[in-house]
Design a protein around this ligand. Structure first.
Ligand code: ADP
Ligand code: MG
Length: 233
């Protein structure tokens, strides 16, 4: 398989309301390779969330072309988009979006139970244990989310995003609801995952965290500003 995970060519997004046209994105060209860690930063209103929504097939572009792992995903039906989203994309949001009634184990297992071909209970148990180990939360498998700190909940959300082995993790302001110490721990987890080969694209307004990525993109008024700085490692 090609090692290109994401390829956007001349992507634009226009929001049209009764009296107003907002050009939220224009001429966006992004290539993300396997193992890359990309940050997208920029001021409020510059188009970060719009770009992440299009990357995650939560919204469709107005123009341009988009490929995930070599498959053209530009003009999908809602059903097709949902299917590719479930199998290829892992999301991590500022709000952890865990289900309070379910244990940590069952929260992390959820994406596997929604797969077209549901794995066996034994396979699910093995994979969930692996992912909890990766985020350092094996000892909290039976807890409920509200028995955990915010930083721990975000690490559970990361395990859930990873469990179905997505092509890429899309991360939106992962530390927005966390104190700086928990935020740093969450960023350490993301860095470790990337060291182990996970491809990550993260949106943040925090320059300190944007700097941790290998490729740093800056958005201004819907366009990418700087040439990406390439990884030196
Ligand atoms: P950021 O995440 O960088 O703060 P957004 O992507 O949310 O920026 O927004 C980019 C621009 O698009 C803003 O001008 C915003 O008002 C506009 N916008 C975003 N979503 C919509 C929408 N659903 N309808 C109309 N305008 C929108
Ligand atoms: Mg936003």
């Amino acid at each position: 398989m090609s090692d290109i995970k994401i390829k956007m060519n001349n992507i634009s997004k226009v929001f049209e309301t009764d009296e107003l046209e907002t050009h939220a994105l224009q001429n966006i060209n992004i290539t993300i390779k396997a193992g890359d860690y990309v940050s997208i930063s920029g001021p409020s209103g510059c188009g970060k969330s719009t770009l992440l929504s299009i990357l995650g097939l939560l919204d469709m572009p107005s123009g341009g072309e988009y490929e995930i792992e070599g498959v053209n995903v530009t003009d999908l039906s809602l059903d097709q988009a949902a299917e590719i989203r479930n199998s290829k994309i892992g999301f991590i949001f500022q709000s952890f979006n865990l289900i309070d009634e379910l244990s940590v184990f069952d929260n992390v297992a959820l994406p596997l139970r929604y797969k077209a071909k549901v794995p066996s209970d034994k396979e699910i148990a093995t994979r969930v244990a692996e992912c909890l180990e990766l985020v350092g939360m094996s000892h909290r498998s039976s807890h409920k989310p509200n028995q955990l700190s915010g930083g721990q909940q975000q690490r559970i959300a990361i395990a859930r995003a990873l469990v179905a082995k997505p092509a890429i993790l899309l991360v939106d302001e992962p530390t927005g609801n966390l104190d700086s110490k928990s935020g740093d721990q969450v960023m350490d987890v993301l860095e470790k995952l990337n060291d182990n080969g996970t491809t990550i694209c993260m949106v943040t307004h925090d320059p300190r965290y944007a700097d941790m990525a290998k490729t740093q993109l800056r958005l201004l008024d819907g366009a990418i500003l700087t040439t990406p700085r390439l990884a030196t490692a």
